[in-house]
Ligand binder design. Structure first.
Ligand code: CNA
Length: 294
């Protein structure tokens, strides 16, 4: 047995496992970020091998965030367009962590999945679109960020690959994929869905540094009666209204540090869902392979 902190953690983990087993935990919210997709080969922003580490010098930026700032984009879209050429998600497959979300949706246990990601891997993992709030938009549609005229994403992709800029024919600004940039508003759905959080029995927070607001406020909005299970490589430096109290035995906050896919697999096993989950993963991935081979 380790020190007392380890014991608190073990007890909390056991309570969550038992809650899932007994069905007492039956209203789940996921709050996810780019770390859930690194196992699929898509880099995140802030890890040492993430996007921020590579773009700062490449595009001579004051801060790496500037590549995704709406004002910088409207002044000069070329650095972002160039970045898009290398940010490819089409061939990527969902990770065990995405499949876990699809699996729990199938079991009827998921209330909502809030994701900052734009790669759409939740859908590939079998999550019904109505369950997902894409808080930072998507890269499967294109539009003008100023007058909001819609454009064909394939046309934008073609122009980007040919090193051409695409101007809005209505207002003259530059067209971009509908991912939310710093300085842009989040979709209305993000704010409307806050009501859902009231009934949550557990918020599972995976692969996010919780540095981007207002998204990060979700973690503070969960009621104190709900578990907050954080699965991340490290403890994020979180500046929310309700900081995590992982080391307080009386608080329902638990941090499981490590690679999310491995942790999810262990959790599934401990709850006793291993065979069912493996079957779900196999059949979901087989469907995806069939679709790509057609
Ligand atoms: P971030 O700030 O890069 O943080 C990612 C977090 O995940 C870090 O704390 C990592 O340590 C952690 N992490 C990385 N890999 C793993 C792993 N295998 N297991 C557990 N933890 C891991 O990214 P955030 O999502 O917090 O920041 C928000 C940005 C990132 C959003 O606006 C996204 O649109 C944007 N983004 C999205 C994608 C995508 O769609 N896949 C990719 C890159 C960036």
């Amino acid at each position: 047995m380790g020190n007392s902190e380890d014991t608190y953690h073990e007890n909390k983990y056991e309570e969550i496992v038992q809650g899932l087993k007994s069905g007492e935990i039956n209203n789940i919210i996921f709050i996810t970020g780019a770390g859930i997709s690194t196992g699929a080969g898509i880099p995140d922003f802030r890890s040492p091998t993430g996007i921020f580490a590579s773009v700062k010098n490449k595009y001579n930026l004051r801060r790496p965030e500037d590549l995704f700032q709406i004002d910088s984009f409207l002044e000069n879209p070329k650095p972002f367009y160039d970045f898009c050429k290398s940010f490819k998600v089409e061939g990527c497959l969902p990770t065990k962590s995405h499949l876990f979300q699809g699996f729990l949706c199938k079991k009827g246990l998921v209330n909502r999945i809030y994701t900052q990601n734009v790669d759409g891997l939740e859908i590939k993992a079998g999550v019904p679109p109505s369950k997902i709030v894409f808080a930072h938009g998507n890269i499967t549609e294109a539009g003008c960020p100023v007058c909001k005229k819609e454009y064909d994403i394939e046309e934008l992709r073609k122009r980007i690959m040919n090193d051409e800029v695409m101007k809005c024919d209505k207002c003259g600004s530059y067209v971009k994929p509908k991912c939310v940039f710093y300085g842009e508003s989040l979709p209305k759905l993000f704010f409307l869905q806050f009501l859902n959080l009231k009934w949550t029995s557990i918020g599972i927070i995976i692969g996010t540094s919780l540095q981007v607001y207002p998204f990060a406020t979700l973690a503070s909005t969960l009621q104190s009666s709900a578990w907050r299970l954080m699965i991340n490589l490290e403890e994020p430096d979180y500046d929310g209204d309700r900081p995590f109290e992982f080391n307080n035995p009386n608080k329902k906050d638990l941090l499981l540090k490590g690679k999310c896919d491995e942790i999810v697999e262990k959790l599934v096993k401990d709850v006793g869902w291993e065979a069912e989950f493996n079957e779900y993963c196999e059949s979901t991935l087989a469907k995806l392979n069939n679709n790509t081979n057609k």
